[in-house]
Design a protein around this ligand. Sequence first.
Ligand code: 5GP
Ligand code: ZN
Length: 201
Amino acid sequence: NPRDSLGPYITNPEFFVPKTVIRHNPAFVYIRDLFPKSLVHTLLLPRDFAVMKMHPFDAFENPVLLRVVKAEAEVLKGFVVADLKRQFGEQNGRDWKKDVKIGVHAKPSMNHLHVHVLSRDHYSDKLTTAKHYSSFNSPFFVGLDEFPLAPDDLRRTHPLAFTKGDLICWRCKKNFGNDYATLRKHLVGEFNEWKKEGGGD
Ligand code: 5GP
Ligand code: ZN
């Protein structure tokens, strides 16, 4: 089942070092997304059998797990920041952390619990559909800092409704309606501005 393809990283992480697995410990595996939807796109995978197949909304009802996952996601964010700095330079102390987002999809496609930690540029040839973009730039993307979710949060019952809104540029907030082709071209220009926002080294 293709929805189970994150499983081997959890059971045999050492096999995937260093290409896909960035780091692993007894409780978590940090990996690179194979189809990155941004310049730097990583995933955090808990290894605990009791939670690794849970929906994130259910798993993060547990405050202890939520706290540990938040702490691990911050560590992974450090790897993403280091990668951005390596590619673009320090830029006079630019706070690259502001350019990294952390969260889950309201309806994940993969069966193993995972948290996305990615740069916010959405500059990638693997980003090919409006759905790809909106799944990271609408309430369908649930920030880890939004947990615990309210019991009546509509994303629990109608997750897909939140991917159907207008396409909005993450950077300038311009509304592209459902015109994904024009947004995609626009994102290239925004990427080139964004990467030098800090003024250069
Ligand atoms: P979801 O939509 O379930 O939140 O996101 C699953 C993520 O897993 C997607 O970003 C997708 O690109 C990524 N992915 C799917 N299959 C594989 C795989 O075999 N290896 C890796 N490293 N990532 C994968
Ligand atoms: Zn824009």
